[in-house]
Ligand binder design. Structure first.
Ligand SMILES: Cc1ncc(COP(=O)(O)O)c(C=O)c1O
Length: 421
C-alpha cells in the first residue's frame, strides 16, 4: 500500500524538469552519431555549432601549466580575481560595458551563466519574453527557473521589433531575453532597437538578459553590447545582465568557460547564492587558460574572418536557390526555408541524412510553444506552425565540409517535386 505523502499537494504529479522537452539539437546529434556507427560512413555535420578552428595552443599550454604547477585548488565562487579584473577591463575597452569585479562572475560556459541568471531573477508567476525562434536551451532554462515563457514574434528578417515585444508582454512580464547575434537566425540588433527595448523594459520594471555568446561574429556592422547603453545609468538602476562566452570567440567549446556581468548589486548577490548552491567554484586550471586566451585578440579576429569567408563562399548559392531570404548578419548559423521543396523540415532533415549523409536540424526544435499548468509543468508542447519548413545549418564548419554539405543539400532540394529552382 502506498504510504500517504507528507506533501500531498506537491507530490501528486511529475516534476517540472521531467515535463520539459529535450532539445532537438541533442536528438539530431545522437541520430547523426548513430547513423555513422551503423553505416560506417562519415556524416557531413551541418547540425552542430562545433567550429573547425581549434583553441590556440597557448591556451592549452596555460591549462597544462596550471595543472602541473598545482594551481588546482578551489577559487572563490565568483572566479579567480585576476581573471575577473581582466574581464572587467575587456568589457570596458571592447564592449563599452561599465562593470566591477563585485558584479562579475566566471561561469562554466555561458550556458550555466544564463541558467544561473534566470534563477537569480526568477519570481513566482513571473513571465520571460523569448523570441519565437529561439535557442532551445533558453526555453529549458526558463522553465527550470520557474519562469513562464511568452514568445514575441519576429519580423520577416528575424529581427526583433520592439512593438511586437510590447504587444506580447503582460502584467506578469518580468524578464526580456535578448540574443544578438542570434542563434539560430543570425539576426543582429542595432543600437536604436536595443535602446528602445531597454527604455521599454525600464519603464515597465523588467529585467533584461543579454546573451552575447556570438559577440565577435558580427559581419556587416559592429557588435553592440546591450549593457553599453546603460553606461551613464547609476548602478542601482541598471537592468541589463549580460552573458559572454569563450566557446565561440576562441573555439574553446569543451573548456567550458564563460562569464556574467550582473547589472547591479542586488542581482550580484542573488547570482552569488545561485552559484554557491550550484558550483562551489569554477575549474581553476580552465580559468588560467582563460587569462591566456584574453591576450589573443588576433585569434578572435581570424576566427571571425573564417566564418565570414564560409558565409560568403557558400550561402549565396542557397539564397539564389530560393531557400534563404538573406545572408545571416552574424553568428554561426543560417535558417533555411525549405517550403519550395514541398517537404516539412522533419522530412527534409530525415531524407537528407538518409540519402545524402548530411545532418541538419529541423527549425521546429527552435520554435516549441509549451503550454503550462499552474505550477509551471509542461502539459503540451507543439512547434509554431510557421516553423514547419525551417531548418538550421551551421557555417562554422570546415570550408570543404560546408561546401560539400550544401552541394548535397541543394541537389536534394532540386530533386523534390515542388522545387522551383
Ligand atoms: C545563443 C547561445 N548562447 C549560449 C551558448 C552557450 O555556449 P557555452 O556554454 O559554450 O558558452 C550557445 C551555445 O551554442 C548559444 O548558441
Amino acid at each position: 500500500m502506498p504510504l500517504p505523502s507528507p506533501y500531498p499537494n506537491l507530490l501528486d504529479g511529475p516534476s517540472v524538469a521531467s515535463t520539459i522537452p529535450s532539445s532537438e539539437l541533442h536528438r539530431v546529434f545522437r541520430d547523426a552519431g548513430e547513423r555513422e556507427r551503423i553505416s560506417g560512413v562519415p556524416v557531413t555535420k551541418l547540425h552542430v555549432g562545433e567550429p573547425y578552428f581549434t583553441p590556440p595552443p597557448e591556451v592549452a599550454q596555460a591549462l597544462a601549466e596550471a595543472v602541473t604547477a598545482g594551481r588546482t585548488d578551489y577559487t572563490a565562487v565568483e572566479g579567480l580575481l585576476e581573471l575577473r579584473e581582466r574581464l572587467v577591463e575587456k568589457l570596458a575597452d571592447q564592449n563599452g560595458v561599465d562593470t566591477d569585479v563585485s558584479r562579475l562572475f566566471v561561469t562554466p560556459g555561458s550556458c550555466q551563466g544564463l541558467a544561473a541568471l534566470m534563477q537569480a531573477v526568477a519570481e513566482p508567476d513571473a513571465e520571460i519574453l523569448l523570441p519565437e525562434l529561439h535557442w532551445p536551451i533558453h526555453l529549458q532554462q526558463a522553465l527550470l527557473a520557474g519562469l513562464r515563457p511568452v514568445f514575441y514574434p519576429l519580423g520577416r528578417d528575424y529581427r526583433t521589433d520592439p512593438k511586437s515585444v510590447l504587444a506580447a508582454s503582460t502584467a506578469n512580464t518580468r524578464v526580456l531575453l535578448i540574443n544578438s547575434p542570434a542563434n539560430p537566425t543570425g539576426a543582429v540588433l542595432d543600437t536604436a532597437t536595443l535602446s528602445t527595448l531597454i527604455d521599454m523594459a525600464r519603464a515597465r520594471g523588467w529585467q533584461v538578459i543579454s546573451d552575447e555568446a556570438y559577440e565577435h561574429f558580427v559581419f556587416d556592422d559592429e557588435h553592440v553590447s546591450t549593457a553599453s547603453l546603460e553606461w551613464d545609468v547609476p548602478v542601482s538602476e541598471r537592468i541589463v545582465h549580460s552573458s559572454y562566452s569563450f566557446s565561440k570567440s576562441l573555439a574553446m567549446t569543451g573548456y567550458r568557460l564563460g562569464y556574467v556581468s550582473t547589472a547591479n548589486d542586488r542581482t550580484a548577490h542573488a547570482f552569488r547564492i545561485v552559484q554557491e548552491a550550484n558550483l562551489i567554484a569554477m575549474s581553476t586550471p580552465v580559468q588560467y587558460a582563460g587569462l591566456e586566451a584574453l591576450r589573443l585578440g588576433h585569434v578572435v579576429r581570424e576566427n571571425r574572418a573564417m566564418v565570414l569567408s564560409n558565409r560568403d563562399a557558400v550561402l549565396p548559392a542557397v539564397r539564389d536557390a530560393g531557400l534563404l531570404p538573406e545572408l545571416p548578419a552574424g553568428g554561426w548559423y543560417a535558417v533555411l526555408d525549405v517550403a519550395p521543396t514541398g517537404l516539412t523540415a522533419e522530412e527534409f532533415a530525415t531524407g537528407l541524412l538518409e540519402t545524402r549523409n548530411v545532418a541538419v536540424v529541423p527549425g521546429t526544435g527552435f520554435a516549441l510553444m509549451p503550454r503550462l499548468d499552474a505550477r509551471g509543468r509542461v502539459i503540451t508542447v507543439e512547434p509554431a506552425p510557421w516553423s514547419r519548413h525551417l531548418i538550421r545549418i551551421a557555417m562554422c564548419v570546415a570550408p570543404s565540409v560546408l561546401r560539400s554539405g550544401v552541394r548535397e543539400l541543394l541537389e536534394f532540394a532540386r530533386e523534390r517535386p515542388g522545387t522551383a529552382r
